[in-house]
Design a protein around this ligand. Sequence first.
Ligand code: HBI
Ligand code: FE
Length: 263
Amino acid sequence: MVKDYIVDQNYGRYTEEEHARWRFLYNRQADILKTRASKEFLNGLDDLNINPNEIPDFEKLSDRIEKRTGWRIVAVDGLIPDDVFFTLLAEKRFPITWWIRPEDKLDYIQEPDLFHDCYGHIPLLINPFFSDFMQLYGKKGLNALGTGDLQYLARLYWYTTEFGLINTDDGLKIYGSGIVSSKGESIYCLEDDKPYRVKFSLKRIMLTEVIIYKFQDIYFVIDSYEDLVNALNEPLREIYPSLSGLKEYAADEIRDDDERIEI
Ligand code: HBI
Ligand code: FE
């Protein structure tokens, strides 16, 4: 089952222009993120020595990650079925797409490519709380699949791992992978006055629809990565049924009791 989806990165296959695409995307984000990304994300890039100049070798990078928090990377062809995805996360194996986006899709690509997955998702895996959260997400995802509650957890993943912000002494910072791998959204999420920034609330997020193809209308803000672990340690089996039948919120709909954070 799982092994059917794991492929060999086959490092030798990358061409010079694919390495150059990695270099271009990495350096463009590095400039934008040095004042906008969370320090844990930036430290992760450095501590793991994720090299700006060439596409990382997943086995060598895995050896460095594994020493810190036990995670390893596995190469996949792209999106994989939910049960396979959750099983891998529960075993501390992060699936990364082996191919990098084409030249004509440098600014945005809907499916996660190597740059989104490796640059966006790997650095935080050496943060102990985030590492625990991602493994717990895998375990809880498998449970939710069994009870038909996946949409609630998928929303949580979207509004945290992919598009989450964190409050710091130095203002709001970015930790979501979907944001850090996007030039436009890295700026928009912190500086545009169109989107709302709302304090993290598990049930509120679980009732909020996701729109995949555009910048977020609402960014949810945590105070610490421990908030994420605590959220998944809530009694989810009781929370899910308590949500069914409740009003769901459009992606751009603000609630009266939302704790809004002004920029
Ligand atoms: N597959 N490769 C890959 N990467 C993902 O982020 C991913 C996936 N399959 C399912 C999935 N994400 C989401 O549907 C779950 O988070 C719910
Ligand atoms: Fe992702």
